[in-house]
Every structure is written in C-alpha cells, then in structure tokens.
Design a protein around this ligand. Structure first.
Ligand code: FES
Length: 141
C-alpha cells in the first residue's frame, strides 16, 4: 500500500562513506527526518538513470545520492560518473515535467555524521517545499 500523505525520499548511500556517516549518526543518536529511507549501495557509480527514474515513476518524492569525497572513491571514478549521471537525470526530469531539484548528489566521508544529518534535513525541507511527486497521484487515479 502506497502512503500518499507522507513524503518519501530515498538516499542511496555508498557503503564506504555516506552509509558509514549515516550509521555513525545513528550511533551518536543524531536526529534526522524519518522521510528519508537509506539504501546501501557498493558505490555511487552503481547508480543508473533507469533506477532513479523508476523510483520517481513509483511515486518517490525525492532522491539523494551520497558518495565518497572527490578523489576517495574506492572504484576510482564512481562518484565522478555518478555526478555526471545525476546532472543528466536532472535534465530528463525537467523534460518530463518534474523539478530537477528532486534529485541531488552529495559527497561525504564516513566520519561526517553531523554533515549527513544536515544534508538529510536540507534535502527533506527542499522536497517538501517543492511538493509531492505528481506521478504518484496520476498512478493512483
Ligand atoms: Fe564511495 Fe565510489 S566507493 S562513491
């Protein structure tokens, strides 16, 4: 059953950095908005365009992708490739009438728990100010 009231934001987090930051935030009992659901990925280079577009088609309101700091990707250029992909996805969203700000890329180290919670909070506020994903309503009609 799709929850049409609350906002749904997916955070694809690299296991070598952002996922560690999220885990550390939990360990430190730092609070962040419950709208964000974390998905562990091996590297942001694993993100592909269809995966993100399918998330929006399913009614997700926002997507954040969080990878290693520049130069620190364990697969060398995964985070740089992801950055380029996210820019392309923003263009595609605009072409289909969705706000490009619904998808964003960030770079973190596993020690950046505080920064992680700030990013999640800012992303959630941004998505709420944009509004619900209109594709979900169309899908439920
Ligand atoms: Fe973290 Fe590539 S291993 S972004």
């Amino acid at each position: 059953m799709v929850d049409t009231d609350s906002y749904q934001i997916v955070a694809y987090c690299c296991e070598h950095c952002a996922y560690g930051a999220a885990d550390l935030a939990g360990g430190l009992r730092l609070q962040y908005p419950p709208e964000v659901k974390i998905v562990l990925i091996p590297c942001t280079g694993k993100i592909d365009t269809l995966m993100v577009l399918h998330a929006f088609e399913a009614g997700i309101d926002g997507v954040m992708v969080a990878g290693c700091l520049p130069g620190d990707c364990h697969y060398l250029e995964g985070n740089e490739n992801a950055n380029r992909r996210i820019e392309r996805i923003k263009n595609l969203l605009e072409q289909i009438g969705l706000e490009p700000e619904r998808v964003n890329m960030y770079n973190l180290s596993s020690a950046m728990a505080g920064e992680f919670t700030v990013i999640v909070e800012e992303t959630t506020n941004k998505i709420i100010s944009i509004g619900k994903n209109p594709l979900l309503e169309e899908r439920l009609r």
